[in-house]
Design a protein around this ligand. Structure first.
Ligand code: GAR
Length: 217
């Protein structure tokens, strides 16, 4: 079986990277991580990659005059490693249009909300401020506008009384660690197509049935 070659781009903690590393440790999983790229030399995720024996590369954005030259260097590194798909996993820099176009339909991201709601930063603060009853996370293909693009998998969690942003983020993060490896597997198995309306269509996956209500009383 040939496994889909992933490059994972990080900026920090790397817990989603770890979820992908753990999934790829199963020889039956149809993808492998061939490179971990960080724009920050102090990203904790770099140690996770090193422990797993995965090559790492730091490309510090501060050393580049502009976004385009930084992005080109990342593409060069990933192409040299023969990357087939890019996984953004807590990569906290905006990407140039050129970069997004170059990797179109070959780059996915995880975001800690039920997109298209709550794009951007400080998501759980805003979820709580709006009194939303559910939160969640999304894996999606990347398009030029931030936090847009065909949605592949989402997971939903309830917002509970007394939640703080950190508590809610931790509840969401647990589910992120399920859906990122799931989305990568669906793609690697060739089961994700993008239709003419730029929506992802999943072949042979079972849709979740039923209805969630929060609160109940
Ligand atoms: C995750 O919650 C991820 O969804 C979020 O950053 C965190 C990274 O955690 N990404 C974004 O907000 C991107 N817009 P990690 O480094 O432990 O995977």
């Amino acid at each position: 079986m040939s496994r889909l070659k992933l490059a994972v781009m990080i900026s920090g903690r790397g817990s989603n990277l770890q979820a992908l590393i753990d999934a790829c440790a199963d020889p039956a999983y149809p993808a492998e991580i061939i490179l971990v790229l960080s724009n920050r030399p102090d990203a904790q995720g770099l140690a996770r990659a090193a422990t797993a024996g995965i090559p790492t590369r730091v490309i510090d954005h501060k050393e580049f005059a502009d976004r385009t030259s930084f992005d080109r260097e990342m593409t060069k590194a990933m192409e040299t490693a023969e990357t087939e798909m890019v996984c953004l996993a807590g990569f906290m820099r905006l990407l140039s249009d050129e970069f997004v176009d170059h990797w179109r339909d070959r780059m996915i991201n995880i975001h800690p909300s039920l997109l298209p709601a709550f794009k951007g930063l400080d998501v759980q603060e805003r979820v709580l401020a709006r009194g939303a009853r559910f939160a969640g996370c999304t894996v999606h293909y990347v398009r030029k506008e931030m936090d847009t693009g065909p949605i592949i998998v989402q997971a939903v969690v309830p917002v509970l009384p007394g939640d703080t942003p950190d508590v809610l983020a931790a509840r969401v993060l647990e589910r992120e660690h399920d859906i990122y490896p799931l989305a990568v597997r669906l793609i690697a198995e060739g089961r994700v197509a993008i239709d003419e309306n730029d929506r992802a269509v999943i072949d042979g996956a079972v849709a979740q049935q039923g209805c969630l209500v929060n609160p109940v009383g």
